[in-house]
Design a protein around this ligand. Structure first.
Ligand SMILES: Nc1ncnc2c1ncn2[C@@H]1O[C@H](COP(=O)(O)OP(=O)(O)OP(=O)(O)O)[C@@H](O)[C@H]1O
Ligand SMILES: O=P(O)(O)OC[C@H]1O[C@H](OP(=O)(O)OP(=O)(O)O)[C@H](O)[C@@H]1O
Length: 217
C-alpha cells in the first residue's frame, strides 16, 4: 500500500549521511523546525508537526524532489552536477563544503599535463568526469566505483581519480596529490518546480528563514 503523506505538510528529501545532522541543525537554528528528528531508528519517514522527512541516500535526493514526491531537499553540488535534475536551487546552505578534484600519484602529474590520448579515471561521479575531460578534448575510460576511490591509482585500477576533497587527509594518507581542481561544492536547498508554485507561501517562508539566518551568519 502506498503510504499517504499529508499534503498539507512540506515533504523534505533528507540525505541520511553526513548532511543529516547539519541540515536538521540549520532548520532548528532558523526556526523552521522546533524538533530534532533522529536517525536512531530504521524508519525512513519521520513526521513532525509541519514536515514529512524522507530519509534517502544523498545521490537519491534529486530524484525524490524532481519527481515531486518531496517538495524540497538538500543536495551537494557534486550530486547536482552528476544528476542534473530539473529543480530550483534557491539557497546555498554552506554545509558539505568540499572541492571536486582530479587527484593521482605525484609521479603521474607530468603524464597528466602532457596531452594524454586516453586516461583511465576512477570515480563515483562518471558524468562530472566525462563532462570535465570532454570539454578539454581528452578521451577517458571511466571506471565507476562507489567508495574508497583513492585506492584505484594505488593498485593500478586507474591512472587518476575524480573525487571530492575536504581536508585532504584521505589523499595525504594514501600518498596522492591534487592534480587539478574541477570546482567547489556545497549543499543547496533544492525545490520541486510544481511545489514552488502550489506551496509557494510555505516554500518561500522556508527560503526566507534560511536566507535570513545565513546572511546573519
Ligand atoms: N568529506 C566530505 N567533506 C565535506 N562534504 C562532503 C564530504 N563527503 C561528502 N560530502 C558532501 O556531503 C554529501 C553527502 O555525503 P555522504 O558521505 O553522506 O554521501 P555518500 O558518500 O554519497 O554516501 P552513500 O553513497 O554512502 O550514501 C556529498 O554529496 C557531498 O556533497
Ligand atoms: O579530504 P577528506 O577530508 O579526507 O575527505 C574526502 C573523502 O571523503 C569522501 O569519502 P567518504 O568518507 O564519503 O568515504 P567513501 O567514498 O569511501 O564512501 C570522499 O570520497 C573522500 O574520500
Amino acid at each position: 500500500m502506498v503510504k499517504k503523506l499529508s499534503t498539507e505538510k512540506i515533504t523534505v528529501a533528507l540525505p541520511k549521511g553526513r548532511l543529516f545532522e547539519q541540515t536538521i541543525s540549520i532548520f532548528n537554528q532558523c526556526g523552521i523546525l522546533n524538533e530534532k528528528p533522529s536517525q536512531d531508528s530504521r524508519k525512513l519517514i519521520l513526521e513532525t508537526e509541519d514536515f514529512n522527512f524522507l530519509l534517502v541516500r544523498a545521490k537519491d535526493v534529486p530524484t525524490y524532489v524532481e519527481y515531486g514526491v518531496a517538495d524540497i531537499g538538500v543536495a551537494g553540488d557534486d550530486v547536482l552536477l552528476e544528476m542534473k535534475p530539473d529543480v530550483y536551487r534557491p539557497v546555498d546552505l554552506g554545509i558539505g563544503v568540499c572541492t571536486i578534484m582530479v587527484a593521482g600519484l605525484p609521479e603521474d602529474k607530468e603524464k597528466y599535463f602532457a596531452n594524454p590520448t586516453l586516461l583511465k579515471i576512477a570515480t563515483k561521479y562518471p558524468n562530472i568526469a566525462k563532462d570535465f575531460f570532454g570539454e578539454k578534448g581528452i578521451k577517458v575510460q571511466i571506471i565507476e566505483l562507489y567508495g574508497s576511490i583513492e585506492l584505484a591509482p594505488l593498485v593500478g585500477l586507474a591512472d587518476f581519480i575524480v573525487d571530492i576533497v575536504e581536508t585532504g587527509r584521505t589523499l595525504k594518507e594514501n600518498g596522492l596529490v591534487v592534480i587539478e581542481e574541477i570546482r567547489p561544492s556545497s549543499a543547496k536547498l533544492i525545490v520541486n518546480r510544481a511545489s514552488y508554485k502550489t506551496k509557494n507561501e510555505k516554500v518561500m517562508s522556508i527560503i526566507e528563514k534560511l536566507e535570513n539566518m545565513l546572511v546573519k551568519g
